[in-house]
Design a protein around this ligand. Sequence first.
Ligand SMILES: [Zn+2]
Length: 133
Amino acid sequence: MDWSYEEKLKRAIEQTPDFERSEGRFDIPTVSVRQEGNKTVLENASTVADELNRDVERVITYLQNELGTGVELDGGRALFVGSFRSDRVQQHINDYAENDVLCSQCELPDTRIETHQGEEIIRCTACGAQTPT
Ligand SMILES: [Zn+2]
């Protein structure tokens, strides 16, 4: 058995634990929140969304519904009307990750949103589970 270099390389890569995130517990991103006048600014909205592997609009819309207020995006920041404590915003992000990011079967964050026949589903690329959003 004489594997080509590419074959060996491929096997080596496959055997290397991929990235920490898939192996260990997923770290839910930490929100950076501050008050600005009558608004609550989520300073790192786009970073949080990136780490959750979701569109920032989707994450922000979720927060807006949970907080029951209006929101606007300003670059990578999200501005919510009203005063909200950072631990409250963090709690909603934790819930969001739980509901919309982590696979309900294997609990890995390797999921993506797909639409099948008009229905949104969360498809897990790790275990193949499909769950409604
Ligand atoms: Zn899964």
